[in-house]
Design a protein around this ligand. Structure first.
Ligand SMILES: O=C(O)c1ccc[n+]([C@@H]2O[C@H](COP(=O)([O-])O)[C@@H](O)[C@H]2O)c1
Ligand SMILES: Cc1cc2nc[nH]c2cc1C
Length: 353
């Protein structure tokens, strides 16, 4: 591991340590195998417990002060009619988050996670409010059909502000959620470009487009991708194709992984931010646990590229971090399994026939 930040695609990224540790892995596996149950009978929960132990570098992983950051931003490309909802809904949903009325607020309260909203680039001004972090780069990206969504400077700023957010954030588990009308378009474009996936397979209905609108969205995205043909590095693609919230989430994920936090992942857009993060700072992905498989079709490709098997499949397509927080109790159970379950020796049971 390099002791110094590395220059990467003209962005300074912190070094990410590999969590894999063969000796700890063997000890965690032995601890799981010695619990009072048939070997392997808790299925994928056992693999989850092992991964949490490796990420935290200990035999008894524990979740402390879990944090949700919901990144909100608007998209100039929404002017092309690529979403079922108008851009004004982004700001309206920010107010809803701050009042505690959105799905993510409900699930966060249910499971005891702290939640803050990050204004990465909403096309509205907000009065200072408890739970709102003003990190606005600009009021929405530019329309990527006509020009790059962000300048290189704005893109680097968004990544850097995402990283800085983690400097003062407590806890050892991070959920990044997002809210941004039009952001499935930016995510699909980034997946097509950086993941080399055919655009048609990356493009979905987002908030609920009908067949005709989906066909129109695909035609628009084809033109955008062709217009930004030269933007091929992760940083260039991110700037051209956009997403201030995607860039800020990528920065947050990179820094959180460098701090060895668990990254509990949500759906398609947050997942694309992880793909960007992994390409900018290789190793970030090793800190990720995938909460669910989104109904947005591109998510399947993304999960394949990241070699990820999500915990839940509930046909969610909401975002906000909702699918990650719904999976949170499984992580609690995985920790409890290692921390509280009796071993055969504890229980005086001799498993050998
Ligand atoms: O997280 C997902 O997998 C997901 C899938 C589809 C839509 N969304 C949410 O819907 C919004 C983007 O959809 P759209 O149609 O406006 O591009 C944005 O606010 C996302 O949080 C989220
Ligand atoms: C109402 C609404 C809530 C959302 N939450 C995340 N994306 C969203 C999109 C819409 C349209």
């Amino acid at each position: 591991m390099s002791p110094h930040p590395e220059q990467c695609d003209t962005l300074i990224v912190p070094p990410i340590a590999a969590p894999a540790n063969p000796e700890l892995s063997a000890r965690l596996q032995a601890a799981l195998d010695n619990k009072t149950k048939p070997r392997g009978s808790l299925g994928r929960l056992e693999g989850l417990a092992l991964r949490l132990g490796l990420i935290q570098g200990r035999l008894l992983p524990a979740l402390e002060q879990p944090q949700i950051l919901v990144f909100a931003a608007d998209h100039g490309l929404a002017a092309q009619g690529v979403s079922a909802y108008p851009s004004t809904v982004t700001a309206q949903m920010v107010h809803n988050f701050l009042r505690g009325g959105a799905a993510i607020n409900v699930f966060a309260r249910q499971h005891g996670l702290a939640l803050q909203v990050v204004d990465a680039g909403v096309d509205a001004d907000f009065a200072p409010a408890a739970g709102l972090l003003d990190r606005k780069i600009r009021r929405g990206t530019r329309n990527a059909l006509h020009q790059p969504a962000m300048t290189a400077t704005e893109c680097r700023q968004a990544l850097a502000r995402g990283m800085e957010l983690l400097d003062t954030l407590p806890g050892n588990l991070l959920v990044v959620g997002e809210m941004g009308i039009g952001n499935t378009s930016a995510a699909s474009l980034l997946l097509a470009r950086l993941g080399r996936v055919p655009l048609a397979e990356c493009t979905g209905r987002g908030t609920g487009l009908d067949d005709a609108a989906l066909a129109r969205k695909h035609r628009v995205l084809e033109q955008v991708l062709a217009r930004h043909e030269p933007a091929r590095t992760p940083l260039a693609a991110l700037a051209a194709l956009g997403g201030l919230e995607i860039a800020m989430m990528a920065g947050a994920l990179i820094r959180a992984a460098s701090q060895r936090r668990i990254l509990l992942m949500d759906g398609f857009i947050a997942g694309v931010a992880l793909l960007v993060a992994e390409q900018l700072a290789p190793g970030t992905r090793q800190y990720a646990i995938f909460g669910h498989r989104s109904a947005e079709p591109g998510h399947r490709h993304l999960l394949r590229l990241l070699d990820a098997e999500p915990l839940l499949e509930l046909d969610l397509r909401l975002g906000e971090g909702s699918g990650a927080v719904l999976a949170y109790p499984l992580l609690q159970s995985a920790c409890a399994l290692l921390g509280e379950m009796a071993s055969f020796a504890d229980a005086g049971i001799r498993p050998e026939a």
